[in-house]
Design a protein around this ligand. Sequence first.
Ligand SMILES: [Zn+2]
Length: 326
Amino acid sequence: MSKASFVTLKPGRGERAHGMVRIPGIEPAWEIPAYVLRGKETGPTLAITAGIHCAEYPGIAAALRVAQETDPAELRGTLIILPLVNTPGFFERSMYTNPRDHKNINRTFPGKADGSPSERVTHFLTTELIKNADAYIDLHGGDMIEALIPFTIYQRTGKAAVDKQSEELALTFDLDFVLAAEPDAVPGASYTAAAKLGIPAVITEVGQQGVFESASVERHVRGIRNALIRLKMVEGQEVLYANPKRLERFEWLHAKAQGLYYPAVSVGQNVEKGQAIGDVRDLFGEVQQELKAPISGPVLFIVTALAVRKGDPLIGIGAAPANPAG
Ligand SMILES: [Zn+2]
């Protein structure tokens, strides 16, 4: 399945190519920066995207750094990196969505060739990038108003070989938690689409609240390097220290109406099922929605804006497997 090129970028063996790639069928033009690093030796193709959520900055900077610093002469196989997918949203500092159709791109996979701009982007990524890859990593973090503890998600598919490779990628990325999600836990997400194609894939979440800071960039870079070593695309020793804890599902709570959000817990904190974890109030400060933890486990992300709209996610909680050894 391995492919050594991406659309118009076709480097020779041991070479790097980069350029803007235009997504078909979108006016005005939607172009994204792309790097292709082709190793001297043949091997797997690893695809990496960042900036699908364009204010999740550490992943974008990490993707660029790996694209520039990895030596294709020392590489086995091909590394394809798209460091900023949501280019129209980036300079507007868009949160969650893109300004062309106001959709969350990461809910529109696998996309549609004749759909809205987001759907055309994800159709392009699915058919031109993910389908041709042997493994896929999508870099994320907490958006402008999200506090977050670093974690990785992959989707369980029931296919033992694919699940094993996704799990290995997630573990070697070495974040605080690894969440093995049930099928279609997040419909339309990048890793959901990859899992359906039988491509091992993970989404990574490092960084928070629209802050561009070096520690989260480093953590992403280290995770990508570990993944390249695990896939035997570069020589070296994986650097592992986080010892990720396993989770098997997550629950999100959403705002039932617009209002003011008062969380009562912090990100990373363990909550018990039924525990009061915050509320949503009206403009007079009267509580309209009481929030109770639907499961016991760690708080993975939490919205830090006072203002919330109807339907907005407020908090995400992970659940550990019933048998932690399993
Ligand atoms: Zn994201």
